[in-house]
Design a binder for this molecule. Structure first.
Ligand SMILES: NC(=O)c1ccc[n+]([C@@H]2O[C@H](COP(=O)([O-])OP(=O)(O)OC[C@H]3O[C@@H](n4cnc5c(N)ncnc54)[C@H](OP(=O)(O)O)[C@@H]3O)[C@@H](O)[C@H]2O)c1
Length: 283
C-alpha cells in the first residue's frame, strides 16, 4: 500500500496567502488542515491549548505569525515555543512567512524566528515578500482607494509589490518539493512602483481618479491614533510605510520565477482583474 501523505497545517488559512495556498496544496493531493481562529481547524496563537490538536499528526507547517501585532505579541518567545511543540509532535518541515524590511519596525524585528528555524532541527524555508498587491483590494489600502485618496508617508519611494498568488505558489513548492531547505526567499513582483504609479494603474483599470497624497510619518501616525488605532500599532504601521520611502523593498528579485517556473503577476494584470470585480467602485 502506498505511504499516506501526512497533512500540512496551514496557519492564517483565512488570510491573504493562506487562503490561496490551501487549494494549491489540495490540487497537489496534499491533505490540508486549514487553520486560524475562525478556520476549518481552530488555531489561536493566543490560546496554546489549540496548538496540540492542530499540530498532531502533521508533517509540514505553513507558519503565518502575528508579528504585525506589536505590543501584543512576543514574537521570539512564541515562535520558539511553536517550533519546539511542532518538533515534539513529529513535524519535519516549516515554511515561514515574514516580510522584507530588516531592523526594528515599531520596535519589532520582522525577521524574528529565523534563528529559531535554523536551530530547530527541522527543514525550514523563510519567505520575505514585498508589500502585497492585495493590500489595495482586500487589505489596509482598500478604503483609501475607494475614497479616491491614499494619504501615506511613503514619499516617492518604490515598492516591488508582489501578488499573493505568487507567494502562495512559492510556499506550495517549498512545502512539497525538495531543494528549499535552509533558504530565505525575498519575493517581489516583476517591477517596483511608487504609490503614485500604483494608484495611476488602479485608476486606469477602475476608470476613475485615485490620488496618492504623500504625508509626513508624524501626521500619518497622529491621524491613525485620532481614528482610534492604538499608539504602538500606529507607530508600527508608520514605520513600515516609511520604509517604502527608503526603498527597502524596491529591489526586484527573480525568486518567484526560479521557484515556480513562471513569471510573477504584473501589477497592471492584478489591477485589471480586481477592477473587473468592481471592488474599487467609488465609496
Ligand atoms: N500585507 C502585506 O503586504 C504583507 C507583506 C509581507 C509580509 N506580510 C506578512 O504576512 C502576515 C499576514 O499578514 P496579512 O496582512 O496578509 O494578514 P492575513 O494573512 O490576510 O490575515 C491574518 C490571518 O491570520 C489569522 N489570525 C489572526 N489572528 C490570529 C491569531 N491570534 N491566531 C491565529 N491566527 C490568527 C487570520 O484568521 P482568523 O481571523 O480566522 O484567525 C487570518 O487568516 C504578517 O506576518 C505580515 O507581516 C504581509
Amino acid at each position: 500500500m502506498p505511504k499516506k501523505t501526512k497533512p500540512t497545517l496551514v496557519l492564517g488559512a483565512t488570510g491573504k496567502t493562506g487562503s490561496r495556498l490551501v487549494p494549491l496544496l489540495r490540487d497537489r493531493g496534499v491533505p490540508v488542515r486549514a487553520a486560524s481562529r475562525g478556520g476549518e481547524v481552530r488555531f489561536d496563537w493566543d490560546d496554546e491549548t489549540t496548538w496540540g490538536r492542530a499540530l498532531t499528526g502533521v508533517g509540514a507547517v505553513y507558519l503565518v505569525d502575528q508579528q504585525d501585532k506589536p505590543g501584543q505579541w512576543d514574537a521570539e518567545t512564541m515562535i520558539e515555543r511553536f517550533y519546539a511543540r511542532a518538533a515534539d509532535l513529529g513535524v519535519t518541515r516549516v515554511v515561514a512567512l515574514q516580510a522584507r524590511p530588516a531592523g526594528a519596525i515599531g520596535g519589532k524585528d520582522l525577521h524574528a524566528g529565523t534563528d529559531t528555524a535554523e536551530r530547530s532541527g527541522l527543514e525550514w524555508t523563510v519567505l520575505r515578500p514585498s508589500w502585497f498587491n492585495q493590500n489595495f483590494d482586500e487589505g489596509v489600502l482598500l478604503d483609501g482607494v475607494r475614497a479616491g485618496e491614499l494619504p501615506l508617508p511613503a514619499g516617492d519611494g518604490a515598492e516591488a509589490f508582489v501578488d499573493v498568488a505568487d507567494v502562495a505558489a512559492v510556499a506550495a513548492a517549498a512545502l512539497t518539493e525538495d531543494g528549499h531547505h535552509g533558504r530565505v526567499y525575498n519575493l517581489s513582483g516583476p517591477a517596483a512602483l511608487t504609490f503614485a504609479e500604483a494608484v495611476e494603474v488602479i485608476g486606469h483599470a477602475a476608470g476613475r481618479e485615485v490620488r496618492y497624497v504623500p504625508v509626513s510619518q508624524r501626521d500619518y501616525e497622529a491621524e491613525l491614533v485620532g481614528a482610534g488605532v492604538p499608539a504602538d500599532y500606529a507607530t508600527f504601521v508608520g514605520d513600515l510605510v516609511a520604509r517604502i520611502d527608503q526603498g527597502t523593498s524596491s529591489a526586484v528579485t527573480f525568486t518567484v520565477e526560479q521557484v515556480t517556473g513562471r513569471a510573477p503577476v504584473a501589477f497592471a494584470d492584478f489591477a485589471k482583474e480586481a477592477a473587473s470585480r468592481g471592488v474599487w467602485a467609488a465609496a
